[in-house]
Design a protein around this ligand. Structure first.
Ligand code: NDP
Length: 345
């Protein structure tokens, strides 16, 4: 069985590729350049031989970008989408929205025309497509589920355009691309041999790309929020999270279950706050660090934390039979990795 994974060199996609290969699938990854393709090929060659193949898709937003990529594949994992900070300085929401929407519609159109063997398409959406950014303390905790959409972000982007916060632009890009996918699917359901599933992962802690300064901003923010000095307002901030390994396992499980066609499914291990995360790291992991570094990580242990919102992740647990790693597992790997990089010295 051959699976196409778009944006195969990305943080989440790389784990999806690895999980698929481990389970015996043949994987075709799309990447933006030959160099990225060759690098991935080298990475997987020793263990998986020719079971990893790649194809260049320079710009997912271009018409017909995926026409060749979808031929002879049995399933598609559409993961590529602008996920980090845009470094061109262009503040237009289109920087996020255009590639997200056109890339999603593009891969579905190519599958309609040339994906004659495709049985399922899985879209990596995000809890950013359903959350509300303006939850107040008095409402907390608000629980979001698969019936929600991020209407406040959509309105913000519509009304304020370039002046809308980056997170609202990103949320809008995820919601609009997912909405476009569902519309396309419902319009063409009778003509295609595949069904559509949208997975909505919560925040996936940190990435292993580049250096700390070159991290996508959302992830650099994550690092700073846990390992650097922060005011209580940041320490108490709540978010849903999921380990990248569990996220990849969920995306692969979504390929394998008969009963998930047509569903949107939240993937979240649970809510936490940065202070709770710090408390857990310090109480569960042995860190051989200078006292000054430990003091910084300690943050404000007496802070009362209450996440403003949570996700109802029951549907995913039931339909995909997901089991989430204990948070300490996630953080153990993360902390070891941060230590290895020498970022806390
Ligand atoms: P990465 O930035 O690591 O990966 C994004 C991938 O998309 C990269 O391969 C990138 O290519 C590719 N890409 C982006 N824009 C284009 C474009 N215009 N043309 C071609 N390729 C493009 O992000 P993540 O792994 O974190 O995110 C992957 C997906 O998961 C995204 O859809 C994101 O919205 C979603 N998601 C992420 C979460 C998180 O916390 N990280 C949480 C929930 C959902 P290149 O490397 O060449 O730039």
């Amino acid at each position: 069985v051959r699976v196409l994974v778009s944006g195969a060199n990305g943080f989440i996609a790389l784990h999806v590729v690895k999980t698929l290969l481990e389970q015996g699938y043949i994987v075709r990854g799309t990447v933006r350049s030959e160099e990225k393709g060759r690098r991935l090929e080298e990475r997987f060659r020793e263990v998986y031989g020719s079971k990893f193949e790649w194809i260049v898709v320079e710009d997912i937003a271009k018409d017909g970008a995926f026409d060749d990529a979808v031929r002879d594949v049995d399933a598609i994992q559409h993961v590529a989408s602008p996920a980090g900070v845009n470094e061109t300085g262009d503040q237009s929401p289109d920087v996020y929205i255009k590639p997200a929407v056109q890339g999603t519609l593009g891969i579905l159109r190519s599958a309609l025309k040339f994906g004659h063997n495709v049985k399922r398409i899985i879209l990596t959406s995000s809890t950013a497509a359903i959350w509300r950014l303006n939850v107040t303390e008095s409402e907390a905790p608000v629980t979001f589920d698969e019936t929600n959409w991020c209407d406040d972000s959509l309105a913000e982007v519509r009304e304020r355009g370039s002046k809308a916060p980056m997170l609202a632009k990103y949320s809008a890009s995820k919601a609009l691309s997912e909405k476009a996918a569902w519309e396309f699917y419902h319009d063409h359901q009778k003509e295609v041999g595949w069904d559509l599933v949208a997975l909505l992962p919560a925040m996936v802690p940190l990435t292993d790309t580049k250096s700390i300064s070159g991290l996508p901003d959302s992830l650099g923010w994550w690092f700073r929020s846990i390992f650097q000095e922060q005011p209580d307002a940041i320490l108490g901030l709540g978010f849903g999270y999921v380990d990248v390994v569990d996220c990849a396992a969920a995306l692969v499980a979504a390929l394998q279950k008969d009963n998930v066609g047509g569903e949107r499914i939240i993937i979240s291990a649970g809510p936490t706050t940065f202070q709770d995360t710090r408390n857990l790291i310090l109480s569960s992991l042995k860190l051989s660090l200078p006292a000054s570094a430990l003091t910084i990580i300690r943050g404000n242990p007496s802070l009362e934390t209450k996440p403003l919102y949570t996700y109802n992740a029951e549907k995913g647990k039931r339909l995909l039979e997901l089991e989430y790693r204990e948070p300490v597992e996630t953080y153990r790997e993360l902390v070891n990795w941060v230590l290895e990089k020498g970022w806390l010295n």
